[in-house]
Design a protein. Structure first.
Length: 277
């Protein structure tokens, strides 16, 4: 489904939610209390800015006695998304974020990946996948990266563990291209990357990736991901803990200048290796 069409469906969801809520004579705050989210979130749902998770849609159906229409709409939109169900809302939020901070412990973050690197990662995880499946995954990942080309692009920070620079995903040529692409974005001031050296040892986030997002008109969120699932967090106390973990990671990294030099050095090493094999 084209993104424009999906946006129209989410807009319809918001308009219908507002209509049913007002018919039930409930304020946004009252409905939010009944479905265990804030009234502000109900307002964001109605404007199509935030997309409700499936369990919230189910609770809205029960409270407003809508016969499951909101649950069915959310399920349909999630099923038609090119992203994993747990990542669907994250991809939607990236588009409206004013600031994104990522920690990548093992692979180049999706927003910075080249086509060849994204293809190598996809095939490593799905070695029996069809060409159509691989192309869909790769294309959707590259499509996400378009937000960094927009004039209203978010402020984008990324912390890379040194492992990311040393693991030859796809082989030396693919890695050289991936790191050169990353370095070019840093030099163009599209991204600010710092590297967490291996010598640091233990660090503040040892359990997977971490993404923090800030917005102009809604509370910040945190997203954590492991190999098979991800969790979007918006509880203020939990998000604050995630922000503190990111701050602790940041103070342990190399300076931006030293990090860029290390990225470019790793790219040169892989390029030499590619030319000699």
């Amino acid at each position: 489904m084209a993104k424009g069409r999906q946006d129209e469906r989410w807009q319809f969801f918001g308009e219908l939610l507002k209509e049913r809520r007002e018919t039930a004579k409930l304020s946004q705050t009252e409905l939010g209390g009944l479905v265990f989210v804030s009234g502000a979130y109900i307002g964001l749902f109605e404007q199509g800015i935030r997309k409700p998770q499936l369990d919230v849609a189910e609770r809205i159906d029960r409270v407003l006695q809508t016969g499951g229409i909101f649950e069915r709409t959310v399920r349909d939109l999630i099923n038609k998304s090119p992203y994993a169900s747990y990542f669907h809302e994250v991809a939607e939020l990236e588009v409206v974020a004013t600031k994104i901070c990522e920690f990548a412990p093992l692979v180049v973050p999706g927003l910075l990946q080249t086509r060849a690197y994204a293809q190598a990662v996809t095939l490593a995880v799905h070695p029996f996948a069809t060409e159509e499946y691989v192309e869909e995954k790769v294309s959707s990942r590259l499509d996400r990266a378009r937000i960094l080309k927009d004039t209203t692009r978010p402020e984008y920070w990324v912390i890379l563990h040194e492992h990311v620079l040393l693991t030859p995903v796809g082989g030396p040529a693919v890695m050289a291209e991936a790191l050169e692409h990353m370095a070019a974005l840093v030099r163009a001031r599209v991204a600010l990357a710092t590297v967490l050296p291996r010598a640091v040892g233990g660090h503040a986030h040892m359990t997977g990736t971490l993404t923090l997002m800030e917005f102009a008109d809604q509370p910040p969120t945190a997203y954590t991901e492991t190999e098979f699932t991800g969790t979007l967090l918006d509880d203020p106390a939990v998000v604050k803990d995630a922000q503190r973990a990111y701050d602790l990671l940041r103070v342990a990294t190399l300076s931006p200048a030293a990090s860029l030099a290390l990225i470019e050095s790793a790219a040169e090493d892989f390029r030499r290796c590619a030319h000699t094999t």
